[in-house]
Design a protein around this ligand. Structure first.
Ligand SMILES: [Zn+2]
Ligand SMILES: [Zn+2]
Length: 341
């Protein structure tokens, strides 16, 4: 089978012919039909994660069809359509047992990080990591549910605990941010979208944002506070991994509001948090990491019911992964690029 292999940082990813063994135990052989290209893939490609061991096949969000099953697989059948839950978890630690397996204490890997991912024709996946989806959802749409959509849902629905009639501010309208706008609307909230690119603000409006703020034209905090009658928003979700965006974004929150940090800044960099604001306003600053299996299953349902609409910015043949990363690096991509093996 063909696999696109990262052998050296910032050097073109190369196609290799590989032989995969047959699935064993509860493993499933998944024929990848589409894989999303995430901003994190760009970070990994640039060597920003010291834990990575090369060579590696990138790709942590992908979907496909079951091509073969191991002898102990009980539920999945050949031909079924399934999206992959990206974390390999133990199922036994406290986070796993309380439905927070994104925080598993004994994580055994992560597709596209410490085990080969979806930028290939086939991947071996534990049966437990598959969530099936109906034919009304395309492979391209399903491919980006595992991160771009489910991680946004985790941030907005779970970590921000957004409720109907509340106000959500989404800062940064990349592959996740635009889906977070949709998630905010699905929760019944009013959404204010913030970005420095007019094209992304337009896209946010098309995806349900009632208000947009161009952060390139002055102080976005003042503009957001103006839109909320001066009081600030119930929830602020930040998708930009830069201190100069995160630090002011905290001040978009109302007293007792919640700020969710989804993007993570580069190793070695730190934040200058306005502690007096956080303390004085009782602002809740929380993190958001990936998503849970339940949240992935929820977004599959929401997409099947057309309450969420995965945004495909374009598709490239698998062999053109380098072109896809170059395109993503321009910062102009609205939605997610997918690779098609
Ligand atoms: Zn990602
Ligand atoms: Zn665990």
């Amino acid at each position: 089978m063909k696999a696109m292999v990262l052998r050296e940082y910032e050097k073109p990813i190369v196609m290799e012919e590989r032989t995969l063994r047959d699935p064993v135990g509860t493993e499933v052989l998944l024929r990848v039909r589409a894989a999303g290209v995430c901003g994190t893939d760009l970070k990994l490609f640039r060597g920003k994660n010291p834990r990575l061991k090369l060579p590696l096949v990138l790709g942590h969000e992908f979907a496909g069809e079951v091509a073969a099953v191991g002898p102990e697989v009980r539920l999945r059948k050949v031909g079924e359509r399934a999206v992959v839950y990206m974390y390999m978890t133990c199922g036994q630690c406290e986070p796993c047992l309380t439905g927070r397996e994104n925080l598993c204490a004994n994580r055994r890997g992560f597709f596209g990080f410490d085990r080969d991912g979806g930028f290939a024709e086939y991947v071996l996946v534990p049966e437990a990591n598959l969530v099936t989806f109906p034919e009304t959802v395309s492979y391209e749409e399903a491919a980006i549910l595992g991160d771009a959509v489910a991680t946004s849902w985790h941030a907005v629905r779970t970590q921000a605990n957004l409720k109907p009639a509340q106000t959500l501010v989404v800062v940064g309208l990349g592959g996740l941010g635009l889906h977070a706008v949709q998630c905010g609307r699905a929760c019944g909230a009013e959404v204010i979208a913030v970005d420095s690119l007019e094209s992304k603000l337009e896209m946010a409006k098309e995806n349900g944002a009632q208000h947009t703020v161009n952060s390139g034209s002055g102080d976005f905090v003042e503009q957001v506070r103006g839109l909320t009658g001066g009081k600030g928003a119930d929830a602020v979700v930040v998708f930009r991994p830069h201190a100069e965006v995160i630090e002011p974004a905290i001040k978009c929150a109302k007293p007792d509001g919640t700020v969710v940090m989804v993007a993570y800044i580069d190793i070695g960099k730190t934040l200058n948090l306005d502690q007096r604001f956080v303390q004085g306003m009782e602002v809740r600053v929380v993190g958001a990491r990936g998503n849970t299996r339940q949240e992935l299953a929820e977004v599959v349902q929401l997409v099947a019911r057309r309450q969420l609409h995965p945004l495909i910015a374009g598709s490239y043949p698998l062999e053109q992964v380098n072109e896809a990363l170059t395109q993503l690096a321009t910062g102009q991509v609205t939605g997610r690029i997918v690779l098609i093996p």
